[in-house]
Write a protein that binds this ligand. Structure first.
Ligand code: FPP
Length: 258
């Protein structure tokens, strides 16, 4: 009897979710959603678990979120998985996070390939452990011909460093006459960033109640709509992504106009 009720409840929940998805798809869906996945450590602490347990749970949420983003027709999902500042964390935690792409892609890559998802990465590759980079590059290679959702991992990413590197490259291109400084405009500058060929995020989500950008996509977020939630990343469910999108759909974006 109990199982029957549970089954009915699950079916009922998933049909509600399906209905909600269909309803949301009637209005414009943000093309590019970027997420600062925060709160893994606090989630673990609340359960008297080591911090890495929170990261592991967070990885499962990456999977669920990717599936739903694909289902909704979002074109790009950028996930802030590790910042250039995160190296300051305890060694065991950093090592653990660096193993997650392998675990995630080891299990999920076949589904990503099948579902037409294209994996990308932005960030400084040189400092990443070889095993991490290898897993990511394999996924990038094996999904490079897919043209569905772009799943873009920000890994060892820092926005200020990205901007400085872009400026250095612009200067160097001007000096060597590849570019004329009078041709520099916002569009051209964007093409020097790690997000070249991507649209700017339409919606930024940050979990765990922190209201800051933490050196994430500072240039690209100029006109993005922000949605903050107290929910910790491991507790971030489909309903939260749908709520964020619904809020986005009710906002008026004026891009500086009236
Ligand atoms: C921030 O929470 C989270 C991180 C720095 C790591 C995020 C990584 C994942 C969600 C898994 C990534 C998965 C793949 C596949 C790459 P925090 O540790 O700062 O939490 P706290 O603020 O509560 O301490």
């Amino acid at each position: 009897m109990f199982n029957k009720i549970r089954l009915w409840k699950n079916q009922n929940n998933s049909s509600t979710l399906r209905e909600k998805i269909e309803e949301i798809k009637k209005l414009p869906i943000p093309e590019h959603v970027a997420i600062i996945m925060d709160g893994n450590g606090r989630w673990a602490k609340k359960r008297a678990l080591p911090r890495i347990a929170g990261h592991h749970e967070g990885m499962k949420v990456v999977r669920k979120t990717t599936r739903l983003a694909n289902q909704l027709g979002i074109k790009t999902l950028t996930l802030y998985a590790f910042s250039t500042e995160n190296w300051k964390r305890p060694k065991n935690e950093v090592e653990y996070i660096m193993k997650l792409p392998e675990e995630f892609l080891g299990a999920f890559l076949p589904e990503l390939i099948k579902e037409n998802v294209q994996v990308k990465m932005m960030g400084y590759k040189d400092k990443l452990p070889v095993h991490t980079l290898h897993a990511i590059e394999k996924a990038i290679e094996e999904t490079k011909n897919n043209n569905g959702l772009v799943l873009n991992f920000a890994l060892n990413y820092g926005s200020r460093a990205e901007i400085i590197d872009a400026v250095k490259q612009v200067v160097s291109d001007c000096r060597s006459d590849i570019m004329n400084e009078n041709d520099l405009n916002e569009e051209v500058f964007s093409s020097y960033l790690m997000t070249a060929n991507m649209t700017d995020p339409d919606l930024l989500i940050r979990t765990s109640g922190e209201i800051r950008l933490s050196n994430f996509m500072l240039w690209q977020l100029a006109y993005t709509e922000f949605w903050f939630t107290e929910v910790l990343w491991p507790d971030f469910g489909e309903e939260h992504l749908l709520e964020a999108i619904e809020t986005f759909q009710n906002r008026q974006r004026r891009f500086g106009g009236i």
